[in-house]
Design a protein around this ligand. Structure first.
Ligand code: SF4
Length: 562
């Protein structure tokens, strides 16, 4: 097994991953390491994920070994901020060409590293592997090793070519590069009982700086933030922290878990979004530090700070609360911490009518259920058309999502606010919560919505009228013709990877009396590709749990469910 394959196998066997824990031994072996299906990297390839995870290390030169398009694809696509060096925002690429493809690109890579060190003298160079050089067999590990020796500087290979998988895998492979080549390679000038690491936090729009003053006031030092606003040396010294907070479990759980194993640094998963979650996170940090030897009075100071900050935040939110209470939000975060944002929105009096859980773990979903109730509308995956329909039907007053789905909200003439990584406002901590409330209020009460919802004087019917009547006509046709409705339902594509239609799944459930998503996967292959449709399988099973092959005509039952 090549070193990259074994690394990927290792990453997927993550014992700390909730999804992995839920699998059987057999599934764990075959599951995530399966050959990727076309479209598996849609939304970001593994290289992209690795670059996103490490680029916020501000004083490092990030060199992309590959055609220029790979760097173009990933350069500056997150709004991370730096309090010091800006070298991280300079795009470096070897820009390999046809000649390199024929003769190999290793020499060009070595020369590029040399040029960067001579011109910029960074504390380290990170070299990212991409598809083309990986396929022609360029050994970036060997080149980095030789360059490191020659120039007396850390040159770190980040072996995560795009084709190995999606963005999330790349995040983890980036973490592996830090564990293998950076963490533990330097010693801090001094240590204190108040040193922590924050893992999986990227300082988007500078939001880490909304929390740092709170930690500073408590005397807690962020020894390393991986990787928002980090410097190379911070990360090299991270092994001396007393405790760690893991912010994004999906992207960097391997770092948190392995640092606990290697260096005995305990960690917890927390969030700085929302008033309650921020307070909980501060308490947890203090608790872990006290357990590791910090004076017990730290907790008293933490509680005093929480009481003061909560009071300030509630006072700042109060004037908005009246305007926001009862407003309905559709939340499509695309991120994993939907529960955290749900809690934050509920704190401001808003009602969340639906939230995406595509990238959420089982635990995340449980937390959402606790917050929103058993009937929580959790969305696994949604086409723009479904989103449009839901905005209209659920009568959401505002949609919070990433930039890609903004046009659906704008077409539905519903206010929209960017909540994903490209956002320009910082929402972390108490101050961030107030900022979020202000931004929602601004978006909701912007007078432009009243204007755009009006029909132009020359229009007989707007395009929405046409679309709405087409949707209504389709629904009426289906209601009037159960056979047509059944056909439509059965022809819905459930598993994109294996091209499995809902009809085949329903037939298998009825024929074999299947009761679990795994059993459905085994019989139909649905869910055996990227696995993202497993939630849909569970939903189908839920709607069919009263079905049984002996209970009468299966077709008639299917018709009923339509
Ligand atoms: S690494 Fe591969 S998949 Fe990713 S941008 Fe480059 S060529 Fe595309």
């Amino acid at each position: 097994m090549s070193s990259l394959s074994s690394k990927i196998q290792d990453v997927f066997n993550e014992p700390g991953c909730g999804k992995n824990q839920a699998k059987s031994e057999k599934e764990r072996k075959k599951g995530c390491t399966k050959q990727l299906q076309p479209g598996g990297a849609a939304g970001g390839c593994a290289f992209d994920g690795a670059k996103i995870a490490l680029q916020p290390i501000t004083d490092v030169a990030h060199l992309v070994h590959g055609p220029i398009a790979c760097e173009g694809n990933s350069w500056d696509n997150r709004g991370s901020k730096s309090s010091g060096s800006n070298l991280w925002r300079t795009g470096f690429t070897t820009d390999i060409n046809e000649t390199d493809v024929v003769f190999g690109g290793e020499k060009r890579l070595f020369k590029s590293i040399k040029e960067i060190i001579e011109k910029y003298d960074p504390p380290a160079v990170f070299v990212y592997q991409t598809c083309v050089p990986a396929m022609i067999g360029d050994d970036i590990e060997a080149v980095c090793k030789a360059a490191s020796k020659k120039f007396g500087k850390p040159v770190v290979p980040v072996n995560s070519p795009g084709f190995v998988g999606p963005k999330n895998l790349g995040n983890k492979l980036a973490g592996e590069a830090l564990l293998d080549y950076v963490i533990g390679t330097e010693e801090p000038e001094y240590t204190t009982p108040y040193d922590i690491n924050i893992i999986g936090e990227y300082n988007l729009s500078g939001e880490l700086w909304q929390v740092k003053p709170l930690l500073d006031e408590l005397g807690i030092r962020i020894l390393a933030c991986i990787s928002g606003d980090a410097k190379y040396r911070d990360i090299a010294c991270a092994h001396r922290a007393r405790a760690a907070m893991m912010v994004c479990s999906k992207s960097m759980i391997n770092i948190a878990r392995k640092m606990e194993e290697r260096y005995g640094i305990p960690f917890f998963e927390g969030s700085f979004y929302g008033i309650g979650d921020t307070s909980d996170a501060l308490r947890q940090i203090s608790r872990l530090l006290i357990e590791r030897g910090a004076p017990a009075e730290l907790m008293e100071r933490t509680e005093a700070l929480i009481a003061r900050e909560e009071a300030r935040a509630w006072a700042a939110i109060e004037p908005y609360k009246k305007r926001l209470t009862g407003k309905k939000v559709l939340l499509i975060t695309g991120g994993v911490k939907s529960w955290s944002v749900v809690a934050a929105l509920q704190e401001s009096g808003m009602e969340v009518v639906g939230t995406s859980v595509k990238k959420s773990t089982k635990e995340d979903k449980e937390r959402i259920k606790q917050l929103m109730g058993e009937d929580a509308h959790m969305i696994e995956d949604m086409t723009p058309r479904e989103m449009y329909k839901m905005l209209k039907e659920a009568k959401a007053d505002i949609m919070l999502s990433g930039g890609r789905s903004q046009f659906v909200a704008l077409k539905a003439k519903v206010p929209w606010l960017d909540i994903n990584q490209e956002r320009h406002h910082a929402y972390m901590g108490y101050v961030g919560m107030v900022e979020l409330v202000k931004e929602i209020d601004k978006a909701l009460y912007n007078p432009v919505w009243e204007q755009v919802r009006k029909r132009a004087p020359w229009e007989e019917s707007t395009w929405e009228d046409v679309a709405d009547s087409a949707i209504a006509a389709e629904a009426a046709a289906l209601a009037a013709n159960p056979e047509l409705a059944r056909e439509k339902r059965r022809s819905t594509l459930v598993c994109n990877c294996k091209s499995v239609l809902r009809g085949a799944i329903e037939d298998a459930i009825v024929e074999y009396g299947l009761t679990t998503a795994d059993a459905v996967s085994e019989k139909t292959l649905a869910g055996t590709g990227c696995g993202s449709c497993k939630g849909k399988l569970e939903k189908i099973l839920e709607t069919m749990d009263h079905w049984h092959p002996d209970a009468g005509n299966a077709a008639a039952q299917a018709q009923q469910a339509a």
